[in-house]
Design a protein around this ligand. Structure first.
Ligand SMILES: NC(=O)c1ccc[n+]([C@@H]2O[C@H](COP(=O)([O-])OP(=O)(O)OC[C@H]3O[C@@H](n4cnc5c(N)ncnc54)[C@H](OP(=O)(O)O)[C@@H]3O)[C@@H](O)[C@H]2O)c1
Length: 336
């Protein structure tokens, strides 16, 4: 099977390549050659997809493909470009979308693929628009399409998230026993999937006719509260029991939005999705990597690449906790 991955060296796509190798696929990746490449023996096409004409010419010239996977499409125009490049030259096109297309505010968890999409972030809205371009190409008989919607996916090559965002100073805070913030009362629900597990889902769906025209969530089985997530992360990396400070989400969201956009758009809501449909149609997809093991490997990678910001260089969390502690004291005093 001849497979093209647009992207290919990223977090999820590295897992896809590894799993495709176990299928004996003939693999080509298209990227700029800037990201760390751990792929070994694959064919490499170099280019920037934002140079649309060259991107389309390069893909068209190197095909045909039994399957292609677009990992770096974030807009309808990019989806149109991929369709033009692959039209008539591709047996199956898989698009990496996101669960943010549902809008995160749904009240029924786990959320499955029948849930209406009402995205409230620009990211989610643009991914829905891209999905629609691909699904139209499928309906018109131009290319069989499958949509993948991963939820949060982590692994070596990416950060360890926390309930406020993705600053790696979180890891250093845990190691040093410094307080960390979890919004609300810490009972919000979360799932984090390991990149290789998600990658296996894509790789084994490629070329599978039963997946044509379908959309699939791809996430982990483990569901944790944010407090559990924080404790398990600390335990897995050998850090002391974390000092969790709960602060009301509404209060946190009155702070300047730049650092707290992930909380505003994603982490304040339950992030729990069902992968039952994908497990049914692609039985090779399942959570093989427990969170504890996955996060240990991720932190090993961050350490090896010097990517963990020291807490001393990032006082954002300290400043919030200082104000909150003072406010909490004043509040209690006022009631006495
Ligand atoms: N991680 C999550 O939690 C999560 C959840 C849901 C959905 N997703 C989706 O997952 C996808 C990201 O996949 P990933 O994790 O494999 O990717 P990634 O880690 O973001 O890496 C991006 C890949 O694309 C290449 N690339 C970036 N810009 C490029 C450009 N302009 N032209 C050509 N190549 C380019 C990079 O290589 P070079 O830098 O060398 O070009 C690299 O191979 C996105 O579509 C995202 O929406 C992620």
């Amino acid at each position: 099977m001849k497979v093209l991955i647009i992207g290919g060296t990223g977090l999820i796509s590295t897992g896809i390549v590894q799993a495709l190798k176990t299928r004996g696929a003939d693999i080509t990746v298209f990227n700029r050659g800037q990201t760390d490449d751990r792929l070994g023996d694959v064919r490499r096409l170099r280019g920037d997809r934002s140079d649309t004409a060259t991107f389309e010419r390069t893909l068209a010239g190197a095909g045909p493909w039994d399957a292609a996977i677009d990992m770096i499409c974030f807009k309808a125009e990019q989806a149109e470009s991929t369709v033009r490049a692959l039209d008539g030259r591709c047996g199956h096109l898989l698009f990496c979308s996101t669960v943010c297309t549902y809008g995160n505010t749904q009240t029924i968890v786990p959320t499955d693929e029948t849930t209406p999409q009402h995205p409230h972030s620009a990211y989610g809205r643009d991914k829905v628009a891209a999905e629609q371009v691909f699904l139209r190409a499928h309906a018109e008989g131009r290319i069989p399409v499958t949509i993948f919607r991963p939820s949060h996916t982590y692994g070596p090559g990416g950060p360890v998230i926390n309930n406020l965002g993705w600053e790696t100073s979180f890891v250093n805070r845990l190691r040093r026993g410094l307080p960390v913030i979890v919004s609300g009362d810490g009972h919000g629900l979360w799932q984090s999937a390991y990149a290789d597990d998600v990658g296996r889902g894509f790789a084994h769906a490629a070329g599978k006719t039963g997946c044509f025209g379908q959309a699939y969530n791809a996430t982990a089985d483990e569901i944790v509260t944010w407090d559990d997530y924080t404790r398990r992360t600390a335990a897995a990396i050998g850090a002391p029991e974390p000092k969790i400070v709960h602060i009301p989400t509404d209060l946190l969201l009155t702070l300047p939005p730049d650092r707290l956009q992930p909380l505003a758009e994603i982490f304040r809501y339950h992030g729990v999705y069902s992968s039952g449909k994908l497990k049914r149609d692609v039985p090779e997809f399942r959570q093989k990597t427990p969170y504890d093991e996955g996060v240990r490997r991720t932190v090993e990678w961050l350490d090896a690449h010097g990517k963990i910001t020291p807490a001393a260089d990032d006082d954002f969390v300290d400043r919030i906790i200082e104000q909150w502690t003072r406010l909490g004291g004043e509040f209690t005093q006022a009631l006495k």
